[in-house]
Design a protein around this ligand. Structure first.
Ligand code: ASP
Length: 445
């Protein structure tokens, strides 16, 4: 039997108007059987998410301060939705027991999880679906790590008994029965787990954008939507800061080859972005351009090391990396020449240990020249089609050269799925725009 798991983010369930859209979407397709909601999110830009309101209540409770006024704002949010939907339903009993629990045992994960719990109850009542508590099926070990196999087993068993259900996102329980949440935005992960457990045909992730964009809309005006992307490509772009989906939401469905479809609750007519397995058989229609996406991130530093005859010195690279490792620094890239080696790390983590690293490197590898340069941005040009297209790198650098952008570093992964380019932070946005022009706009002409 076909089925779809549908997850709705906080902005999709922020008020009754949004609930109506969500219900329309679910009811328009009887295969949309398992629904995973977030807590009510922002209705307008400086609104507060229910999850954040719950964290505040818990912090007040933890300091022994009366939180009833803050809690009343939460009950108002839900009661407002109930009233505007015009349904005969009440969460009053739940409100009372949550308040009592927060008073006696103010635990942050428990507090935050109640946003999804209450919204799940409300949505289930509105749709006429069964409510299945995530605390009964999503299991963490006592260190707070997700127990995926056990979770899938329990979820599969429980959901085999119900055809249409609402399962709140974001939380589960430890084997000792203590409520535990994923990191922020974690309802995406719950949706992915449920999709895997019921072996869904598709995992639809409904949000407030029509999918992943080829480039950041704050940099490129009105960029195209990516209609299809592989998990691997997505990983490359997300690493550079393109965020629509929680990073941990990929692995449960990826293993089972279940596609994820990012959709827009406010524009259900849009197809959104389809995230598919790496061996997906593409045709030209789904791959309109040579590249799939461009993303960039500031805040990198480069450690440049120079030493004559470095290439023949055994263990040179190992010693350099050991110094970084001993200082708890991970590295992002390591382009090298015959007598030079550069290690790129993120500036934030290296700042406090910079002097220490320099003196340790001097001692360990005795370089001719050693310097650390800050203010570097990396940009990734990602695309599965680059591999079979000649001249991609030439076009990429031509676009940057014409704009007089100095390229500081280049790294083409051996998979030929991406090219990473290092530029000065001040050149990043212009570089992205030029690459977009070269590969997207000019390919349309
Ligand atoms: N409500 C949680 C958050 O705000 C989880 C989620 O929305 O996915 O992070």
């Amino acid at each position: 039997m076909s089925n779809k798991v549908v997850k709705f983010g906080g902005s999709s369930l922020a008020d009754a108007k949004q609930f109506l859209k969500v219900a329309d979407i679910i009811r328009s397709d009887s295969q949309r059987k398992y629904v995973v909601p977030s807590a009510p999110g922002k209705r307008f830009s400086d609104d507060i998410k229910v999850t954040d309101m719950l964290y505040s209540c818990c912090d007040l409770a933890g300091s022994g301060i009366d939180f009833s006024e803050s809690f009343a704002k939460i009950t108002e949010r839900y009661n407002g939705i109930i009233k505007d939907l015009g349904i005969d339903f009440s969460l009053d009993e739940e409100f009372e027991s949550i308040k009592a629990e927060l008073k006696s045992r103010p635990a942050r994960d428990f507090a935050a999880s109640r946003g999804e719990y209450l919204n799940g109850k409300l949505l289930a009542a509105y749709l006429g679906f069964e409510f299945v508590d995530a605390g009964d099926i999503i299991v963490f070990d006592t260190n707070g790590n997700l127990m995926l196999d056990e979770t899938i087993k329990r979820t599969r068993e429980r959901l085999s008994k119900t055809e249409y259900a609402v399962i709140p996102g974001f939380y589960g329980k430890t084997t000792e029965g203590i409520v535990k949440t994923f990191s922020r935005g974690g309802s995406d992960v719950t949706g992915s787990i449920v999709a895997r457990a019921v072996n869904a045909d598709i995992y639809e992730n409904w949000t407030d954008v029509s999918g992943f964009l080829v480039a950041d809309p704050r940099v490129v005006e009105n960029p195209d939507v990516i209609n299809m992307i592989t998990y691997k490509e997505l990983r490359e772009l997300s690493y550079m800061g393109a965020t629509v989906l929680h990073e941990d939401a990929i692995f449960p469905v990826r293993e089972a080859g279940i596609p994820i479809n990012i959709r827009n609750t406010n524009k259900p007519q849009d197809d959104g972005t389809m995230i598919v397995s790496d061996d997906h058989d593409f045709n030209d229609e789904t791959v309109p351009h040579t590249i799939t996406g461009i993303a960039g991130r500031k805040g990198f530093s480069v450690i440049n090391i120079e030493k004559a005859m470095m290439n023949s010195e055994k263990g040179f690279g190992m010693k350099v990396l050991k110094v970084l490792c001993d200082n708890d620094i991970s590295f992002e890239h390591m382009p090298s020449g015959i007598d030079t080696m550069s290690v790129i790390t993120d500036t934030e983590s290296i700042k406090s240990v910079e002097d220490k690293i320099i003196s340790q490197l001097r001692k360990e590898v005795n370089p001719d020249n050693l310097e650390i340069e800050h203010g570097i941005a990396l940009l990734a040009v990602v695309g599965r089609r680059m591999k079979n297209t000649r001249g991609t790198v030439a076009r990429l650098f031509a676009s940057l050269a014409h704009a007089r952008i100095n390229v500081k570093m280049v790294d083409q992964g051996s998979s030929e799925l991406n090219v990473i380019v290092g530029v000065n932070e001040s050149d990043l946005n212009e570089a992205i725009r030029k690459i977009y022009d070269m590969f997207i706009n000019s390919e349309k002409d």
